[in-house]
Design a protein around this ligand. Structure first.
Ligand SMILES: Cc1cc2nc3c(=O)[nH]c(=O)nc-3n(C[C@H](O)[C@H](O)[C@H](O)COP(=O)(O)O)c2cc1C
Length: 206
């Protein structure tokens, strides 16, 4: 039984925006997947997604979840469905403003790499572009595309990670330096957090 000063929400009784704000306010910080794709005619596309995480090491799997824009697919979703591949670049503090710029609702023919003055290069094994300035990036093959509702609202895209690129100074004996990475986390709305500021460690029980 929850304590009497707890407020309980029934998600199905909330307006969509309130449901979204409640969940994204509580589940924090969220990692940001900066998703690079190629569109028709090899148009480059780049956009951030914070409905994003790693879900398995074997097989190495990440997922992200684009919502619908007034009922239509976002460019990223249309591109991954057609090309079956994408890249994820990691956003560090120096790239936060550029990441924010790439989240604008631009028409499909706009190259967000150019908008944010970023350098693109194709992956080694995928044609989708990654952010050269990023401290790390992943190349992914699409494994599953799951619609969450009918008619669709959000679509979860699973990808198998087939290459991982990490700036060498961030590697310490093959492990990632968590402070040096300076990854940015997303809070609710326009709020972000610097992972490095709140970092602490705990030994797990045997
Ligand atoms: C930090 C951040 C996280 C975001 N996360 C998501 C997300 O998880 N799902 C989503 O649909 N949109 C998300 N957005 C909005 C998209 O980035 C935005 O709609 C973008 O224009 C989509 O681009 P596209 O049409 O080129 O795919 C996020 C924006 C920001 C700034």
């Amino acid at each position: 039984m929850p304590p009497s000063d707890t407020t309980t929400f029934v998600p199905s009784e909330l307006e969509g925006i309130d449901r979204y704000k409640l969940l994204t306010g509580l589940i924090v910080p969220r990692p940001i997947g900066w998703v690079g794709t190629l569109g028709p005619d090899n148009r480059r596309n780049l956009a951030p997604f914070s409905f994003f995480t790693v879900v398995a090491g074997t097989p190495p799997t990440v997922l992200f979840s684009p919502g619908r824009r007034t009922g239509t697919r976002k460019d990223t979703l249309a591109n991954v469905i057609a090309s079956r591949e994408f890249t994820i670049s990691i956003v560090d503090e120096s790239l936060a403003e550029a990441m924010n710029l790439t989240s604008g609702e631009y028409p499909p023919d706009v190259d967000e790499f150019a908008v944010a003055n970023l350098t693109a290069r194709p992956g080694d094994v995928v044609a989708a572009p990654l952010v050269v300035e990023a401290p790390a990036s992943l190349e992914c093959h699409v494994t599953h595309v799951v619609e969450l509702a009918d008619p669709p609202t959000n679509t979860v895209v699973f990808g198998e990670v087939v290459r991982v690129h990490v700036r060498s100074d961030l590697l310490d004996g093959g492990r990632i330096d968590p402070i040096g990475l300076r990854a940015v986390g997303r809070m609710a709305g326009n709020a972000y957090t610097r992972i490095a500021d709140g970092y602490f460690e705990m030994e797990r029980p045997d």
